[in-house]
Design a protein. Sequence first.
Length: 458
Amino acid sequence: MTKQPYAEPWRIKMVEPVKILTREERLAKIQEAEYNLFNLAAEDVYIDLLTDSGTGAMSDRQWSAMMLGDESYAGSRSFLRMKKTITELLGFPHVVPTHQGRAAENVLFSATIKAGDIVPGNAHFDTTKGHIEFRQAIPVDCTVDEAADPNLELPFKGNIDTRKLEACIAKYGVDKIPMVIHTVTCNTGGGQPVSMENIKAVSAVCHKHSIPLIFDSARFAENAYFIKTREAGYEDKSIKEIVKEMFSYADGMTMSAKKDAIINIGGFIALKSLETYRKCATFNIMFEGYLTYGGMSGRDMDALAAGLMESTEYDYLHARISQVKYLGDKITELGIPIVKPAGGHAVYVDAKAFFPQIPQIQYPAQVLGVALYVEAGVRGVEIGTVLADRDPVTREERPPKMELLRLAIPRRVYTNNHMDVVVWGLQQIWAKRESYKGLKIKYEAPIMRHFTSTFEQL
Ligand code: F0G
């Protein structure tokens, strides 16, 4: 018996037409954009895989929930509904709304991190790292070594190595470590999940030393899907049961609701400790807004609550992650190197292995991103030397271990026919891969250069 194919547990009620330029037109557009994909007008992109953040399609239930939005400044029904959903689903009694994920980081870290502190974690996301370093504190990457090898096909490459974590605590001392941040799934490491066993082990280490454990939870539901499908003992548990157990080991969480709450803007902090909540409250009022909206409108909070319920349904997650796997498998069939296995939200093409003739300081992943736009109108994002930026002290380039082009798939937006176009585009480039040359930076900003740099071809 063959396995029944998967299909999306939704049908399409509204569509958004997209423009398809010719190859020549795209060539002109990317030259005008000086080879930076961020400089393109979105309407000149056919299939936009720049990010899965805020780009998902809301459901009819979410849109109708928006009509119930209560825009009261204080104590709105929308906030209370959102808070109730978060408490019931994730188990945290205290909720601080923010306008997106990095805002949650800003508020929580303002209340808890000081200069000289150390924040261990699993390959912190850029904004997380940025908010730690901005406070003259140091993020320490304790991810398992296996994560650095794109060819190793392991189920939980986002795990924290607890020996590295113990060594970090022994080296710097508990007083310097305000929290450990576990990112579920780990975006920087290739959208790789964290196992429940690892969550338990990390939680045990943290709590032995009385260090709070915080989850960076942007893609927590996708992580739960991997636990259900890859970890023994969880096959028969529902996603909601798994999610509840995951968060039971944490003391708090930051959330970019633009991912697994499937809304276009929003975020929050959720906490067990009333004391930490009170500390965050002051900063939230200063930076984000009053404690019952924090930069979101009432209707956003209602859509957020509905989105959290939908993203933690198995059928939704199965279709979503199967689509990412579909793209990963098709690319792999052509012999094109990717980070294995495919992540929860994205496929990461290994540009170093794709273009061995291009040195890392000539930005092979940027070259691949530009080429994919020209060939197929697809926009990915460089996660390599451009993004890694210069060392803040020496100003030298600091090429990372992996040089990747991330193809992040928005939730409920594209069909597998779109994925086939992406694969076709990569195939065109692969066939003439030896003919590509590197790029040189023309202009770069002193920090976060990847957004605004301009390039010229070598
Ligand atoms: N944490 C993780 C793991 C993220 O991936 C992101 C955003 C954030 C925090 C910050 O959240 O954007 O709402 O402020 N990631 C996006 C991306 C931008 O494309 O991967 P935000």
